[in-house]
Design a protein around this ligand. Structure first.
Ligand SMILES: [Zn+2]
Length: 100
């Protein structure tokens, strides 16, 4: 039961992380998996890719295909809407961390 709640909170953090990095520079999936690992989140491609897909469908990220070493690699960056959401999340987090 408690694990379920913790998982939900971690998932939320992952969304924020993705928005943050996508607003700085376009990234590709396996880069993000390594990046999240560095922050202590172990996320599999099977978890990450549906999240990215969902965020593209919701208009928060845009996907761009680039050819890298002869292979198609999908890059993600924030849309205007994604940047706006990130900013308001930042404000909420700031407000919250002042309180807890
Ligand atoms: Zn990071």
């Amino acid at each position: 039961m408690k694990e379920k709640i913790i998982r939900k909170i971690f998932n939320g953090m992952i969304y924020i992380h993705i928005l943050h990095h996508a607003s700085e520079e376009a990234f590709y999936g396996s880069w993000m998996i390594e990046e999240l690992k560095g922050h202590g989140y172990n996320i599999s491609p099977g978890t990450l890719y549906p999240v990215l897909k969902e965020m593209v469908e919701q208009g928060l990220l845009e996907k761009e295909e680039r050819i890298v070493y002869g292979k198609i690699r999908k890059y993600y960056k924030t849309t205007k809407e994604g940047d706006i959401l990130l900013n308001s999340l930042r404000e909420s987090l700031k407000e919250l961390t002042n309180k807890i």
